[in-house]
Design a binder for this molecule. Structure first.
Ligand code: ASP
Length: 653
């Protein structure tokens, strides 16, 4: 794999970017557009080498070359394989007396030492070519060698197939970055961002603007990190996103903004989140929802890696209500079926007690998912663990119902299923013999959420048994739209909170409901989902100060003083505007198929939020805290903590 990836990444870059004639910015945009005609990069300009290790081929035969790289391995003091970011090349170590010093350097330097060698490109003797290596037809007859730096005994081998714990990888991240996989992930990320910039700036006139990361507290939304200031009792906050700034840029007439923006959220440890992460953040004036959606579809299509199946646009779209009812989540994985089916009507006259009880309530429903050939693949212990998930996390009962050969049911409720119900169930759920249905009863939202979760659990179980449900080469995009504007607060369901953020505009046809039944108002908020992960979200914004004030103060009970600058700005002729942010880390993670977003970030935090390489966050002596007028209030049981800060050791290391 190591060998051809870089060429694959750069393939296609030699051709011009396409629409070079759409000049809307006069001479400035002309030069911008033309400079984006890219060629295969010149990897050896300005440095002490003539070529990269990975680029040499038979066409270079006879050339004198100088290469720099790391010693990958050595064979019998005769051959040495040298590696750089571009690939591997075999060196022939000279054996004659006159080159004894060269031989000594190359034979004695430990693996992963960094060397510079010069020599001639020669062809390998017949029969010794290595067809698995792009450089496998040739080798370098070394004439001179220089040890640039020696490598100590490594904490782990720099080979992708050598397994190492993630904590060790993060502790020695600079070594981990030498692996093929990390090189591929970071370079692909850079390529995609480059194409995105090109698409936004050069093809569509967006302006790349940096916004501050020292800001103030934003009401609602995610928890923010605070930064002490020298003014007593005053703190900055690290923004959870550039949301307010990008809206203010629209008021400022910038019209089309984007930024590869660093965002910060203090959400505690979550396995697939990072306290700091990157968004492709976008805002436009005079746009509606379809405008933003088309822009994003074009952006992804344009920046999509050429070695993947092309992105097909437009992306399908589904309402929030439909997503919840059919997939039990607002981020459905649409690569496979197993949809939730409402079977309440089948059981209206049932004798099964618990179904009867639920259906007698006003919001009671009976729902099920079908697991194709579940009888074949699911073991008794799987069914037990499924029922346990339902009981522990949802306080819900789940009944497995097996359809056996000859249309016989096997289930605790089998004897109560009447002939008519049986036929109706088979028809509604399109059941085949050997299928299993998981049936639950309860309030709509709760029943759907449970089955949505079980749907994914069962997909994992089936895939662990060899069934292919989610094709890894498939990228299934989906817009989820028509979200509610507000949701009941988790800690206090009597109060409302924004489903997206408080700047999201209500659906135009629901405005009147704001003053009567705000919980029923739909919003102009859209999420982009890829293979069951949310990779972006945005909205058309409120540009009317009065409406914004009403939502903040009256409905959300927020302190409007915190946002007086924004409310004031909206009053000075703010244009209608909207935008979106794509989660770059998650997107690249899905594109590369990496197991975690930490694998697409050069220096990520561990899932508990530590930097295992430098041991951040770290303690600060009390005298250094003085200028900030703060002191640590140690928890009661603090002695152990204090000493662990003095001798840092993190749970993950
Ligand atoms: N700022 C929003 C977020 O971070 C995205 C947006 O509405 O544009 O989720």
């Amino acid at each position: 794999m190591f060998f051809c990836w870089l060429n694959r990444l750069y393939r296609g870059l030699s051709s011009p970017t396409g629409r070079t004639t759409q000049l809307i910015w006069g001479s400035l945009s002309r030069s911008l557009v033309l400079s984006s005609r890219r060629r295969i990069p010149e990897f050896s300009s300005f440095v002490a080498r003539t070529n990269t290790c990975g680029e040499l081929r038979s066409s270079h035969l006879g050339q004198e070359v100088t290469l720099c790289g790391w010693i990958q391995y050595r064979r019998q003091n005769t051959f040495l394989v040298l590696r750089d970011f571009h690939g591997l090349i075999q060196l022939v170590i000279p054996q004659d007396e006159s080159a004894a010093s060269v031989k000594k350097i190359l034979c004695e330097a430990p693996v992963e030492s960094v060397v510079r060698v010069s020599g001639t490109v020669i062809s390998r003797p017949p029969g010794q070519e290595n067809p698995k290596m792009p450089t496998g037809e040739i080798e370098i007859k070394v004439k001179t060698a220089e040890l640039l730096n020696s490598c100590k005994k490594l904490p782990f081998e720099i080979k992708d197939f050598v397994k190492k714990t993630e904590a060790l990888r993060l502790q020695y991240r600079y070594l981990d970055l030498r692996s093929f996989q990390m090189q591929y992930n970071l370079r692909l990320r850079s390529q995609m961002v480059m194409k995105m910039r090109e698409y936004l700036c050069n093809l569509h006139g967006f302006v790349d603007i940096e916004t501050p990361t020292l800001f103030k507290k934003t009401p609602g939304g995610a928890k923010e990190f605070v930064v002490p200031s020298r003014e007593p009792g005053k703190f900055y906050s690290l923004p959870q996103s550039p949301q307010q700034f990008k809206q203010l840029l629209m008021v400022g007439g910038l019209d089309r903004y984007f930024q590869v923006a660093r965002c910060y959220r203090d959400e505690g440890s979550r396995p697939d989140r990072q306290p700091e992460f990157t968004q492709i953040d976008i805002e436009m004036s005079f746009v509606d929802q379809t405008g933003i959606q088309s822009l994003i579809e074009g952006l992804l299509q344009y920046s999509w890696p050429r070695d993947k199946d092309p992105v097909v646009v437009p992306f399908p779209s589904m309402t929030f209500a439909e997503a919840l009812a059919t997939y039990g989540t607002d981020k459905p994985d649409t690569r496979f079926g197993m949809k939730i089916v409402d079977i309440s009507d089948v059981f209206r006259n049932t004798e099964v007690r618990f179904l009867q009880d639920v259906l007698s309530k006003p919001k009671g429903t009976v729902k099920a998912i079908r697991i194709p050939e579940g009888a074949k693949y699911l073991k008794r212990k799987d069914i037990e663990s499924i029922r346990k998930v339902a009981a522990d996390h949802f306080n819900q009962e789940v009944l497995p119902v097996f359809l056996k050969a000859g249309r016989h049911w096997n289930s605790p409720v089998a004897e109560f299923i009447l002939e008519k119900q049986s036929l109706e169930l088979i028809r509604l759920m399109e059941l085949q013999e050997e299928d299993v249905i998981l049936l639950t009863a309860g309030e709509h939202r709760k029943a759907c959420s449970l089955l949505g979760k079980l749907r994914l659990e069962c997909a994992d179980l089936l895939e662990a048994r060899g069934v292919v449900l989610r094709d890894p080469a498939l990228f299934s995009f989906l817009w989820v739209v028509d979200f509610p504007l507000f949701l009941p607060k988790e800690e206090n369901p009597g109060e409302l909170e924004s489903a997206h953020h408080p700047f999201t505009a209500p659906h135009p046809s629901d405005i009147q409901l704001l003053y009567t039944e705000p919980e029923k108002v739909r919003s102009q908020h859209y999420d982009l989902v890829l293979n069951g992960s949310e990779i972006g979200g945005g909205s058309i914004r409120i540009h009317d100060a009065e409406l914004q004030r009403y939502i903040l103060a009256t409905l959300l009970k927020e302190d409007v003083k915190l946002l007086s600058h924004l409310l004031q700005a909206l009053d000075y002729g703010a244009p209608p505007h909207g935008g979106i942010a794509l989660g770059l880390d998650r997107l690249i993670c899905l594109v590369t198929g990496a197991p975690s977003i930490r694998d697409v970030i050069a220096f990520p935090k561990s899932f508990r939020g530590y930097d295992l390489m430098s041991n951040a966050p770290d303690s600060i002596p009390p005298e250094e805290l003085k200028p900030y007028h703060i002191q640590v209030s140690w928890p009661v049981d603090s002695e152990a903590e204090k000493s662990s800060l003095d001798h840092p050791h993190h749970p993950e290391s």
